[in-house]
Ligand binder design. Structure first.
Ligand code: ADP
Ligand code: ZN
Ligand code: ZN
Length: 685
């Protein structure tokens, strides 16, 4: 396929249309539109008795084989002269559709403000950018970088001059001044007349961050996140394309920013799982797609993190990425002291099922000093497991080395990878104690207890129930920042990214919840979340304290977070991953099947399993097929579900397997069964 340069013979357009098919469609270009069609444009084309918006991804003078000129349909209209996708963007979307096994037309549609995908709808954004500036939360003058920050900045600039710059992994402990480096880098990029993308996890994209970027750069920026209305998305998109806004701060879809002079992509908190898009037609990882975009554009990309993902860290160790490390807090603050409370030996405080004596006392002291506390209880649905109160063991699957999940109806302990199941034990398998406890307290019980224990304290709770709306979340966090609350308690939302200078106590109610998730990344997630949570304590002058309650005080991921020892954590965990052939030593894809008919979906799962097993015997690289198993959500919105986990030696092996599988599924799956493939899956449920 060529893009039309030097040809004026081209009379066919290859068009991505919004349909769940994986190939492009060829349309005739009528004489009236000759010389008007270019790659990247939106076209109106007839499709199945309708007219739709399609995207021209290429031009050709070759009639597709097996077609008769007469039967080809013609392009009806060119939506606008200026393409919506550059050549690089077409290459990126083509790569994404291919790599993530997604229909190309739907991938294209997902990369644009949804208004541009509709036949009807305003051609131009009708809103205007507001005149008044965002309130400045932060000082507008540049901060003098300290020596380590300056060295990192210089290195990043030096690396970015390489011909095809390798990604840079900036590993800096919480509060080490990474954001400060980002801001100065972006300034530099703007001074060169180029444009920059700053990606942040959904939760971290707060008005504070936006305000900080805006006031420092002293110019307007584009903002892109899920809470934005369609009209605003459209407006920001147009302003970016027109070169009126040269910086975008946003969540994952900001990676599609229509910049033509891209000079830098920054992915903050690169390990965050919210970068994985798990809805819609295209399931992609925004960090990985951003790396591919940077590669295609030849621009620099910076991944920042206090606790890099093992995938990225492994790449850095292998030399695929540059690696920079900041090991001190910027403003002179010290990392907090971390205490582990052994719940097997500790009495809970009177009137509480969740707080140890130590944590209660620490809360009381912090209140007395007029400082703030943050309590973190990572209580996700479906994370129920049975734990021995005497030895701290949770029962594990003998095949997959992940915790078994407790199911109530019918009562059983089930492995969510391979469907191994066993009866609910009455005694601990490790020590024989009958003191098995089903863990499943939530933030609401904790809140009630706190109100009883500290009636005079101002307490706020933040979790999915209270903070589903962005505004509520931001108001709550703002109240915390202004010192209007004494104790903030909540789920992951409270643990990440915030900068509350007056928080000097962080309490983790039960570290074991994330440790026992049915997920091979459980240890990594625990280390990350504990490090993040601890990072909220003592960020300013006042020293911070962290108390972690756990039944596993001797688990390496807890000990390593206690001692802030990423190096040791990663060594231990990478070794385990290697021996179990989990990423980064393999590639995974989750194959999800669903149907209203349970027997159909089970049959389909068995067929796919058989197909994959046979494929695995033929290949030069190993693949492993786990399942089929019922996921924890065995029935969702009336549909019965089955999943198969595919493990492959490397990306090419996975890809060739999935390609075959896709063809097999298209031929063999009954229409009543839907299949969905999640490449590089993070969510194992
Ligand atoms: P990170 O992004 O690594 O968590 P930040 O850039 O947010 O770190 O910096 C943490 C705090 O330290 C912020 O309040 C920031 O304003 C301050 N800070 C960062 N760099 C410096 C510096 N060179 N001198 C003084 N304060 C700094
Ligand atoms: Zn036991
Ligand atoms: Zn198993």
């Amino acid at each position: 396929m060529d893009f039309g340069q030097g040809f004026n013979m081209t009379s066919y357009a290859q068009v991505a249309v919004p349909t769940p098919l994986h190939h492009l469609f060829t349309y005739k270009i009528p004489d009236s539109l000759k010389d008007k069609v270019t790659a990247g444009q939106r076209l109106v084309v007839p499709f199945r008795k309708k007219q739709v918006i399609g995207f021209c991804l290429g031009l050709t003078d070759q009639m597709p084989t097996g077609f008769d000129e007469k039967n080809l349909k013609a392009v009806l209209e060119v939506r606008e002269a200026q393409p919506v996708f550059s050549e690089k963007m077409i290459a990126l979307l083509t790569w994404m559709a291919d790599y993530y096994c997604a229909p190309i037309g739907l991938a294209c549609h997902g990369a644009l403000p949804s208004r541009l995908s509709r036949l009807q709808g305003p051609a131009r954004a009708k809103l205007k950018l507001p005149e008044e500036e965002h309130p400045a939360f932060y000082e507008t003058e540049s901060i003098q970088l300290h020596a380590k920050q300056q060295t990192a900045l210089d290195k990043i600039l030096e690396f970015s001059k390489e011909k095809n710059p390798k990604p840079v992994l900036l590993h800096g402990i919480t509060g080490s001044g990474k954001t400060e480096i980002y801001l100065q880098l972006i300034r530099e990029v703007l001074n060169r007349g180029q444009q920059a993308i700053l990606l942040a996890p959904e939760i971290a994209l707060t008005p504070q961050l936006i305000g900080r970027v805006q006031s420092r750069l002293k110019e307007k920026i584009a903002i892109y996140h899920s809470g934005l209305s369609e009209a605003w998305r459209h407006l920001y998109w147009e302003k970016m394309r027109a070169g009126e806004l040269n910086v975008v701060v946003g969540t994952r879809s900001a990676l599609f920013a229509p910049f033509s002079r891209l000079g830098l992509i920054i992915v903050d908190e690169e390990q965050d799982s919210s970068y994985k898009q798990e809805e819609g037609a295209l399931h992609y990882h925004a960090r990985d797609a951003a790396i591919v975009r940077a590669g295609l554009e030849g621009t620099a990309i910076l991944l920042g993190s206090a606790t890099p993902s093992l995938e990225s860290f492994h790449n850095a160790k292998k030399g695929k990425y540059h690696y920079l490390y900041l090991d001190e807090r910027a403003a002179g603050a010290k990392l907090p002291a971390v205490e582990l409370i052994d719940l097997r030996k500790t009495k809970f405080t009177e009137g509480s099922k969740t707080l140890s004596e130590n944590l209660k006392n620490a809360l009381a002291e912090t209140l007395y000093r007029g400082e703030q506390s943050l309590l973190f209880l990572n209580r996700r649905g479906f994370a129920n497991f049975l734990l021995c109160q005497d030895c701290g063991e949770a029962l594990q699957c003998p095949h997959c080395a992940i915790s078994l999940t407790y199911h109530k109806y019918p009562p059983a302990l089930v492995c969510h990878y391979c469907e191994f199941r066993r009866v609910v034990a009455e005694k601990c398998g490790a020590c024989g104690s009958p003191a098995l406890k089903l863990l499943g307290q939530g933030t609401q019980t904790l809140e009630e207890e706190l109100r009883e224990l500290f009636p005079e304290a101002k307490i706020i709770r933040l979790d999915r129930d209270t903070a589903a709306r962005r505004e509520v979340r931001h108001q709550t966090l703002q109240a915390m920042k202004k010192g209007e609350a004494d104790i903030l308690l909540g789920t992951q939302i409270v643990a990440k990214g915030h900068d509350f200078p007056n928080v000097t106590l962080v309490g983790v109610i039960l570290a074991d919840i994330s440790l026992n998730l049915p997920d091979f990344r459980a240890a990594e997630k625990t280390f990350q979340i504990l490090t993040q949570a601890a990072g909220r304590s003592g960020r300013a002058e006042k020293p911070g304290r962290v108390i972690i309650q756990t039944f596993h005080p001797d688990h390496f991921s807890l000990i390593c977070s206690q001692t802030h020892n990423f190096e040791r954590f990663s060594q231990t965990e990478l070794k385990a991953r290697e021996s179990l052939r989990y990423p980064p030593f393999s590639r995974l894809a989750q194959i999800r099947l669903q149907s209203v008919r349970p027997e159909r979906v089970e049959q389909a799962a068995r067929n796919i399993k058989k197909f994959l097993d046979r494929f695995g015997l033929k290949g030069r690289h190993w693949i492993e097929v786990l399942g089929p198993a019922k996921p924890p959500l065995a029935k969702l919105r009336g549909k019965h579900r089955q999943q198969i986990l595919l493990k492959a030696e490397n990306a090419p092996a996975l890809k060739s397997c999935l390609k075959q599988l896709n063809q097999f599924a298209q031929r063999q799956l009954p229409p009543a069964v839907q299949i969905q493939i999640d490449v590089d899956c993070l969510n194992m449920m």
